[in-house]
Ligand binder design. Structure first.
Ligand SMILES: C[S@@+](CC[C@H](N)C(=O)[O-])C[C@H]1O[C@@H](n2cnc3c(N)ncnc32)[C@H](O)[C@@H]1O
Length: 201
């Protein structure tokens, strides 16, 4: 198929219609971006995106159906997932305890508002609340049992009714310990690699 999509599409994210071709383009760009600081990263630390490609695509397909207009991500690490959200959701808020600056140029994210703070502090919740409600919340921050529980209990009230909460790493023991307490309300995406669980608010 003849497409006019270029490698810089993630920068024009909100102007491009996401489909598998654009997803692949953005994904490839993320792996180019991993060498931005000249540091050789191996698969052991999974580079700049800590996702399985096909599993993330299954989530993106869901988002294309649901069409969230505004989202919050908790945990961006080096911005890999954030680049993907930017290409799917018009308004992206991305929270992490540390800034992504130094990992990847902020100029890659024209459509993202970054929030920096410990998600478990009231002041961070208050700062985030100012931008609510969200249609989609992606929780990929503190992976301890209490950490993911707090993220859910503090931030899911900021998601509008009918919106969704996505949890990364259902297959990570401490995360699963919490998620299994609400398993009846969850959908686990079929790829089931790291495990992405969805909860409908
Ligand atoms: C697994 S990484 C996120 C990976 C990213 N979503 C991706 O797939 O490429 C987890 C991130 O959560 C952040 N984090 C951990 N505890 C946090 C907290 N209490 N508040 C905010 N961010 C936190 C860490 O700094 C780290 O960047």
């Amino acid at each position: 198929m003849d497409r006019t999509v270029t490698v810089d599409d993630h920068i024009l994210a909100s102007e491009v219609e996401m489909d598998r071709y654009v997803f692949d383009t953005v994904w490839d760009r993320i792996w180019i971006a991993r060498n931005y600081d000249g540091v050789e990263r191996t698969n052991r630390n999974r580079g700049f995106i800590q996702q399985d490609k096909e599993e993330l695509w299954q989530l993106v397909e869901k988002l294309l159906e649901l069409k969230p207009q505004k989202m919050l991500e908790i945990g961006n690490a080096c911005g890999g997932t954030t680049l993907v959200w930017q290409a799917v959701v018009p308004e992206v808020y991305s929270l992490d305890i540390k800034s992504i600056e130094g990992h990847i140029p902020l100029s890659y994210f024209p459509d993202v508002k970054f929030l920096v703070g410990d998600a478990h502090l009231q002041e961070t919740l208050d700062m985030t609340k100012a931008h609510a409600p969200f249609d989609f919340l992606f929780i990929d921050g503190d992976h301890s049992t209490d950490g993911v529980k707090m993220d859910f209990e503090m931030y899911s009230p900021l998601v509008r009714k009918g919106g969704i909460v996505g949890f990364h790493d259902y297959n990570h023991g401490p995360v699963r310990t919490f998620l299994d307490t609400m398993l009846d309300s969850l959908e686990i995406l079929p790829r089931d690699y790291f495990g992405i669980a969805l909860y409908r608010v």
